[in-house]
Design a protein around this ligand. Structure first.
Ligand code: TYM
Length: 328
């Protein structure tokens, strides 16, 4: 059975971009893979975090994983900080990553742009992500397009380790959705939809109310034409909405084009809002049940135990290969 690992940062409300790019595939992959899904709290603290907000957002991710359909008895659902091997292998991977590689990372460039000072953790962030993935010998890493560069770095560092110290780590493959790898902002189709965007009108959060969803979609930017046609180059806004629609319904892009032929954008946007509401309402009700059940602590304990059992021997082997004296 192949191993799957992925994670999401507890640094804001999760959006339908996170759902389409990542969570939807987590749910699909758990059926026939050995899966590990975490909230990456050690990554979130690379930019300043309010302690209460960090705790709330971390719990929110775990409850959303379960509400979206990840079964905690099948997949390990856990907090990154509960499995100490992440921090330890993270340090080791920092020593194997080149400064030049880290300087090229676009996520670092974006997050540090215009800031007077940034923590060193933000710079070495990708080395911790390398460790997250190699620690489980993951074969597949479900991610959106924006994480591809970090995955390529992971592959390079895995090769580097294996060449220097002998075959130890699996070289992972990215698992990126064909449609929806990069869901764009509702107010600007040149920007990725992001949970850290200060304008809430730019994204649909998984916990937005039906009315908020309807309102945000009715205000979503489109072009001045009226043709519902998939053409990402010339019609980026409409194509983005069509990609979201296809992900929230059983319709293909061709079927969506045919359905709204000659109708303009009004009916299309309305139906899209209803398709999203129909998926998110039951998810939100499961989410509330899980938060109220007090089950999260138990899920996290079970998940961390399963994750540590997989990770510890891999960390121990890597350390031994590097020349560390094994502890008695
Ligand atoms: P994060 O928290 O920014 O995003 C979580 C996941 O959601 C995907 N995503 C999107 N997909 C499509 N369209 C969008 N607009 C969109 N926005 C976000 C991201 O690609 C990601 O898959 N560095 C990672 C977290 C991480 C990780 C890992 C991921 C840490 N360790 C190990 C995989 C494996 C991040 O910041 O994701």
């Amino acid at each position: 059975m192949k191993t799957v690992l992925s994670g999401i940062q507890p640094s804001g409300k999760l959006t339908i971009g996170n759902y389409i790019g990542a969570i939807k595939n987590y749910v699909a992959l758990q059926k026939d893979h050995d899966c590990y899904f975490m909230a990456v709290d050690l990554h979130a603290i690379t930019v300043p975090q309010d302690p209460a907000a960090l705790r709330e957002q971390a719990e929110m991710i775990i409850a959303l994983y379960v509400a979206a359909g990840i079964d905690p008895d099948k997949a390990a659902i856990f907090m990154q900080s509960h499995v100490r091997a992440h921090a330890e292998l993270g340090w080791i991977m920092t020593t194997l990553t080149y400064m030049g590689e880290l300087e090229r990372m676009t996520q670092f460039k974006d997050k540090s742009a215009g800031k007077e000072s940034v923590g060193a953790g933000l710079f070495v962030y990708p080395s911790l992500q390398v460790a997250d993935i190699l620690l489980y010998n993951a074969d597949l890493v479900p991610i959106g397009e924006d994480q591809k560069q970090h995955l390529e770095l992971t592959r390079d560092v895995a090769h580097r380790f294996n060449t220097r110290f002998g075959d130890t780590f699996t070289v992972p493959e990215p698992y990126i959705p064909e449609l929806g790898a990069r869901i764009m902002s509702l107010d600007d189709a040149t920007k990725k939809m992001s949970k850290s965007n200060p304008n809430p009108g730019s994204y649909i959060a998984l916990l937005d109310s039906p009315d908020e969803i309807r309102k945000k979609l009715s205000r979503a930017v489109t072009d001045s034409g009226r043709e519902v046609r998939y053409d990402p180059v010339n019609k980026p806004e409409v194509s983005n909405l069509m990609g979201i629609y296809a992900n929230f319904s059983d319709l293909t892009l061709k079927e969506i084009e045919a359905k709204y032929d000659g109708q303009g954008y009004g009916a299309f946007k309305k139906d899209l809002a209803e398709a999203i509401v129909a998926k998110l309402e039951p998810l939100q009700s499961r989410y509330r049940d899980i938060r109220e059940s007090g089950d999260i602590a138990r899920i996290l304990k079970q998940g961390a135990e399963k994750a540590a059992a997989k990770a510890e021997p891999i960390l121990a082997l890597a350390k031994e290969r590097m020349g560390f004296i094994p502890s008695a």
